[in-house]
Design a protein around this ligand. Structure first.
Ligand code: ATP
Ligand code: MG
Length: 457
């Protein structure tokens, strides 16, 4: 075990003994005679652990402890109490000290406790690292103006404790936004708990949300915590709230109003500190009009509204998203990352993506699996793109997608010819007839434009 330990005590003999023993164990040691000096030493070169005497003149151990915890939350603190001040030592652990040692010091105990504290610190840090890695999968990709605006909103909303209502079409990234808010909030070290309101049957929702007491019903052999309990100190993400039944809405409303609830079969009121983020792909004001959603609940939830824009309103993000999904897919599968041609990206940009980012993500996965070559090109995209049976000219195509008239015309012709060929089951002569051109002319076009002649996969 290695690490740096700061020993704080006004008795020189203690400083001497402890430092020689801990140095023998392989630790680096810093010394301070009182609280003020300790803070100086710690600020200059933050150690991993502090051994802190409780009773010192001027700034005592408890006060020093509070400063250390506040400024350096990762530093482990072990208190040393003499003079029968065990009560104070207990108070210290409540203030965040790892543990305490009683004087006269038992050196064996000192070494074991120091080792345990540093071990615990290491575990906590590993845990945080792992969580950071996991969170990286929740990266929000895209730098279009709508995404920049979204990021600004997230940054402004995250530090608060207010409720958030996220709306947006299917697959736009609502869950990702909810996670980003949690991750950027002071609650990030506490749980993010998700409830899919659409997926839980009406009869189970109460137990799911509030848990039950032991013996609440046949089979309830022990107490079960509900999602509200599990999210204590963290964030509760109520997904698809537009699909909640009216009775469930009433139950949620009551918790939001009273900030407390009872478990099923219980009488005790449970109080939790939970931040609520809700999401819906339904137009809630419309649902209210239809009588399917409670207006009072809507206003309770809709404190900070966030609208996640559909992908067709931020087509600039499609190339970055596509490359990101190519990379993630390759990493997950442990395979070499495929590339995609600029022209193929432009075809993707022209598509409307009714299923938004999720649809694009699934399509990229399909491309990677279906295209055997290392580089995906236009023909691959055109032949696999879902919904490409809709006429090209009915689509909203951003003018920036093409650099010249020629490029735009080629893209149009390629796709138009592909559609007509597909309609004619890839029969070139018949398609040429339809298009009212010579068969040889169509063949030239097919070659020139790289139209791939192949039946549907
Ligand atoms: N900006 C983005 N960057 C990277 N990945 C994204 C982005 N937006 C969405 N995704 C990915 O697309 C998929 C769908 O996102 P998410 O589940 O957050 O959408 P949603 O709005 O909650 O959809 P639904 O309404 O269907 O529940 C997820 O795999 C998510 O990781
Ligand atoms: Mg979702």
């Amino acid at each position: 075990m290695s690490g740096t330990i700061c020993i704080v005590d006004d008795e020189p003999s203690i400083l001497n003994t402890l430092s020689s023993i801990l140095e023998d164990e392989g630790y680096e040691v810093l010394l301070a005679k009182n609280g003020a000096e300790a803070l100086q030493v710690i600020r200059a070169d933050p150690p991993d652990l502090v051994l802190l005497d409780i009773w010192m003149p001027e700034m005592d151990g408890l006060e020093t402890l509070q400063h250390v915890r506040q400024e350096f939350p990762r530093i482990m603190v072990i208190m040393m109490s003499g003079h029968g001040s065990v009560e104070t030592a207990v108070k210290a652990t409540k203030l965040g000290a790892f543990d305490y040692l009683e004087k006269p010091l038992d050196m064996e105990k000192v070494i074991i406790l120091v080792r345990n504290a540093l071990h615990q610190q290491k575990l906590e840090e590993e845990n945080l690292n792992l969580r950071t890695q996991v969170e990286r999968h929740w990266e929000l990709v895209g730098s279009s103006p709508p995404m920049q605006k979204l990021r600004q909103q997230i940054a402004a909303i995250a530090p608060t404790h207010s409720r958030v209502l996220i709306s947006g079409e299917n697959g736009t990234g609502k869950e990702l936004v909810a996670r980003a808010i949690h991750w950027q909030s002071p609650r990030r070290h506490r749980p993010f708990v998700e409830v899919n309101c659409a997926a839980i049957p009406e009869t189970l929702i109460e137990v799911e949300l509030f848990g039950h007491e032991r013996g609440a019903f046949t089979g309830a052999v022990s107490q079960k915590k509900g999602k509200f309990d599990l999210a204590d100190g963290g964030t509760l993400f109520l997904d698809e709230i537009g699909d909640m039944s009216l009775p469930t809405q009433a139950k949620i409303l009551r918790v939001l109003q009273e900030q407390q609830f009872t478990r099923v079969g219980g009488v005790k009121l449970v109080k939790v500190n939970v931040r609520i983020i809700a999401a819906s792909n339904k137009n809630l004001p419309q649902e209210i009009e239809k009588g399917a959603f409670r207006e009072d609940l809507f206003y309770r939830l809709n404190v900070l509204p966030i609208e996640v824009p559909p992908l067709r309103d931020r087509r600039e993000d499609i190339p970055a998203l596509t490359r990101y999904f190519l990379r993630v897919h390759a990493e997950e599968q442990g395979i070499r990352q495929k590339t995609i041609s600029d022209e193929a990206l432009k075809v993707l940009q022209c598509h409307d993506w009714p299923g938004n980012v999720r649809e694009l993500k699934n399509f990229v996965e399909r491309l990677v699996i279906m295209v055997p070559k290392p580089c995906i090109d236009t023909a691959d995209v055109v032949s696999l793109l879902p919904g490409s049976a809709t006429p090209f000219f009915n689509r909203v195509t951003p003018t920036e997608a093409f650099e010249s008239l020629r490029e735009a015309r080629n893209a149009f012709e390629r796709e138009y010819i592909t559609h007509r060929l597909r309609e004619n089951n890839w029969n070139v002569s018949k398609t040429a007839d339809d298009l009212k051109i010579e068969r040889s002319h169509l063949h030239r076009k097919i070659k020139l434009l790289n139209v791939e002649l192949r039946p549907e996969p």
